[in-house]
Design a protein around this ligand. Sequence first.
Ligand SMILES: NC(=O)c1ccc[n+]([C@@H]2O[C@H](COP(=O)([O-])OP(=O)(O)OC[C@H]3O[C@@H](n4cnc5c(N)ncnc54)[C@H](O)[C@@H]3O)[C@@H](O)[C@H]2O)c1
Ligand SMILES: O=C(O)C1=N[C@H](C(=O)O)CCC1
Length: 233
Amino acid sequence: MKIALLGYGKMGKSIETIALNRNHTISLIVSDSNSDYDFSNSDVAIDFSIPSVAVSNIKKAIDAGIPVISGTTGWLEQYQDVLDYCNSNNGTFLYASNFSLGVNIFFELNKRLSELMSNTSEYTTEIEEIHHTQKLDAPSGTAITLAEQIIENTEYTNWTLDEPKPNEIHIEAKRIENVPGTHEISYNSEIDSINIKHTAHSRQGFAMGAVIAAEWIKDKKGVFSMKDVLNIG
Ligand SMILES: NC(=O)c1ccc[n+]([C@@H]2O[C@H](COP(=O)([O-])OP(=O)(O)OC[C@H]3O[C@@H](n4cnc5c(N)ncnc54)[C@H](O)[C@@H]3O)[C@@H](O)[C@H]2O)c1
Ligand SMILES: O=C(O)C1=N[C@H](C(=O)O)CCC1
């Protein structure tokens, strides 16, 4: 498979290594310095760039009729616009806030735990995420997905990085050098605490998941998620 890499930073380089090991080729590398590019020699595009350019990269791939997967976070206020664009142009698109198998299993645990907690009023819920200091967005896309899952199953209606109101889940976003990504959900009462935590030891899981998603999506049409790729949940 010929893969176009949109973004060639920490993730783009990890994806390149894994893709080459799985006998794919890299047909195009787009970084901030070469925005004038075309997809004529590519089967699929993988976008891990920056929030301000992700949407134009994704739309450009859809315009070219190339399936595109995106792991870039921090642009989700435009997610519905991208879905509509993809559907009205008969394109192929998959976004995931987190491509690792472990986090996608963790999402299922989070969903189940929030269902179990839905009828208890004694507990308050908090999310802590820790990432490296170069990260541009806060909270992480993964923390937003976790919060949205909890909101779907409980009385919470919103998340906040600030001091929470009673209906808001507090997300604590910490930035510590070299941390690839840690997420912890806590339910705290006077009596006890319940915590679930995922710790990434490297970027390998994110990159492997992205390559597997690209292999899976190559000949499909429509909008997909990692649940479709991994067949879980
Ligand atoms: N979904 C996931 O599993 C997952 C995992 C890790 C990171 N991420 C997200 O992926 C994104 C990239 O992460 P990273 O750690 O590789 O960041 P990074 O800063 O190391 O790399 C970003 C790259 O984008 C490039 N870029 C800038 N302008 C561009 C343009 N116009 N077109 C294409 N590329 C351009 C930069 O040159 C840089 O090389 C971030 O949004 C991050 O939050 C998601
Ligand atoms: O390194 C990053 O940046 C990461 N971003 C994703 C997020 O925002 O959730 C996934 C984890 C790593």
